[in-house]
Design a protein around this ligand. Structure first.
Ligand SMILES: Nc1ncnc2c1ncn2[C@@H]1O[C@H](COP(=O)(O)OP(=O)(O)OP(=O)(O)O)[C@@H](O)[C@H]1O
Ligand SMILES: [Mg+2]
Length: 289
């Protein structure tokens, strides 16, 4: 930490006003009226030009900003910028139900920043009936804590898989609902999903994907649990596996069921591409290491 790290020390989690988290409170930016918060935001505003709508990107959509960057998230971004993990946040690469992925820069090169929503529609629907009932307090905070655990889990899973020599984006840092990882793509565009391209040699890709499942299971002791052509990026002529938040260890009571599902998805993909990929044999191949 540098000496002028004042705001980092001054603002901590307890100061995040849950009223300004997404939920019934909407997207209020009243919290910015607090001098400390204002100062924090002013410090990073110019590095968020892409997402704020003053940058050079055409996609800019104010709703994205309001939806994703609540007070807590801005604070996380601020801390990551302070630490030098990221320099600027530029534009969204993808928008999902659970998270937005942004293209960001750092002095060490481009980064992918996955920002998990701290509140989703289902959760919002439920809180209506619970928040405000004096018997149940702090629900939003607890939900946010759950999201934080999820993001840490994705971070740890990425590290674990990388340690086993598997092709996943390197995980750099997490802060609450924000995960910073290696950006897979070029200056022009992020790498496409396996789903969106046709590969020259599907047989070889099938083998690579099976190898991933096998090494993850036998060496990293993990099963991806959502492996499909949607969560594989085609990068530098190789398949890279992403979206590992839900991956579990073999000790998880459903791990074998997840493993079977992953193998089935990959077999289905391969079969669609004309590869001979019988499910039972393939599963045996994986299990026998
Ligand atoms: N490291 C990365 N580099 C480049 N693009 C990425 C990276 N990580 C994710 N993406 C892009 O963002 C999309 C969403 O990422 P991811 O699958 O991790 O999130 P998700 O919220 O689970 O999305 P979904 O619900 O659509 O599966 C990916 O399909 C991919 O296009
Ligand atoms: Mg995904």
């Amino acid at each position: 930490m540098t000496e002028d790290d004042g705001i980092d020390d001054e603002i901590d989690d307890d100061e995040i006003d849950v009223r300004y988290m997404h939920g019934e409170g909407g997207t209020s930016t009243e919290w910015m009226d607090q001098p400390k918060m204002k100062k924090m935001f002013q410090e990073i505003e110019h590095r968020l030009q892409g997402v704020l709508g003053t940058g050079r990107y055409e996609w800019v959509d104010r709703r994205v900003f309001d939806q994703v960057f609540d007070q807590s998230t801005l604070l996380s971004i601020y801390k990551l910028m302070r630490k030098g993990v990221i320099d600027t946040v530029e534009f969204p690469i993808a928008r999902g139900k659970e998270a937005h992925v942004f293209y960001a820069t750092s002095i060490d090169g481009p980064r992918a920043v996955k920002i998990f929503h701290t509140s989703n529609a289902v959760f919002k629907g439920l809180t209506k009936y619970i928040e405000g009932d004096p018997r149940f307090g702090g629900l939003k905070r607890r939900h946010r804590e759950l999201v934080t655990i999820w993001v840490r889990k994705e971070h740890r899973n990425l590290k674990r898989l990388e340690t086993s020599g598997l092709r996943v984006p390197s995980a750099f840092e997490v802060n609450r609902n924000v995960l910073v990882m290696e950006y897979l793509g070029s200056d022009e565009a992020p790498s496409p999903r396996l789903r969106d391209i046709s590969v020259e040699n599907p047989e070889a890709v099938f083998d690579e994907l099976l190898n991933f499942i096998q090494v993850a299971w036998n060496d990293a002791d993990l099963v991806h649990a959502d492996l499909s052509e949607y969560n594989v990026l085609w990068h530098n002529d190789e398949p890279w596996i992403i979206d590992v938040g839900q991956a579990v260890k073999s000790a998880h009571p459903n791990s074998q069921e997840f493993l079977i599902r992953d193998v089935r998805n990959i077999c289905n993909w391969a079969t669609k591409k004309g590869v001979d990929a019988p499910f039972e044999e393939t599963l045996l191949r994986v299990l026998e290491g």
